[in-house]
Ligand binder design. Sequence first.
Ligand code: AKG
Ligand code: FE2
Length: 237
Amino acid sequence: MDKGLSKRMAALDWTLLQRNLDEQGFATFPAILDPEQCSEIMASYGEESLYRKTIDMKRYRFGAGEYKYFQSPLPSILQQLREGFYPELALTANRWLGQLGKESRYPVSLQEFLKECHEAGQERSTPLILKYEAGGYNCLHQDLYGEIFFPFQVLLTLNQEEEDYEGGEFLLVEQRPRAQSRGHVIRLERGAGVIFPTQFRPVQGTRGYYRATLRHGVGTVTAGKRYSLGIIFHDAT
Ligand SMILES: O=C(O)CCC(=O)C(=O)O
Ligand SMILES: [Fe+2]
């Protein structure tokens, strides 16, 4: 158990993060993984026993790059990130449901939420590591893996933009009903990350809240290699 990581997650300014989520639909946070942790995770990219599946993104026309789903039980850092982010984000998720006139449905702990996933046949772990080389990119998409999904996910970068790679910005595109789409370009320092909606967010309109659909991706990496870590909370069928 890495006390430093739990401490850094707990010490994040959750009031600000919650406000940013409500106001802009996403929230970036400063580095919570230290350079040693980032290097350690990148160094284990080739350790096949850690992963349950490798995806060549070109093959599925998802983009250009490769990603690997971690095998369960997750490596400790991944488990801590997933457990550490879940409770605050469950609060946001339930608050957003309330804005849309729906009952709270997300339990307070990750363990309980995963139990629901597993009972519904979603048993395969979803946290992943991604690697893009020069020319790599990730098409705009959503990560839904079954009926049950958690409405937020978290992305952390493991190496440093402008030192280890160029380009490769994180992209978030919001589609409001009957309106043109809005794009956000998000640059992240090594070890830092962004929290964003899996599928949609409530936006306040003149007659209450309505849903705006979100998709995310990565712009083209123009030089070097970019590594990132995706924390998805629901498991997959
Ligand atoms: O590499 C990235 O920044 C995006 C990865 C992604 O699509 C995800 O974590 O769901
Ligand atoms: Fe994704």
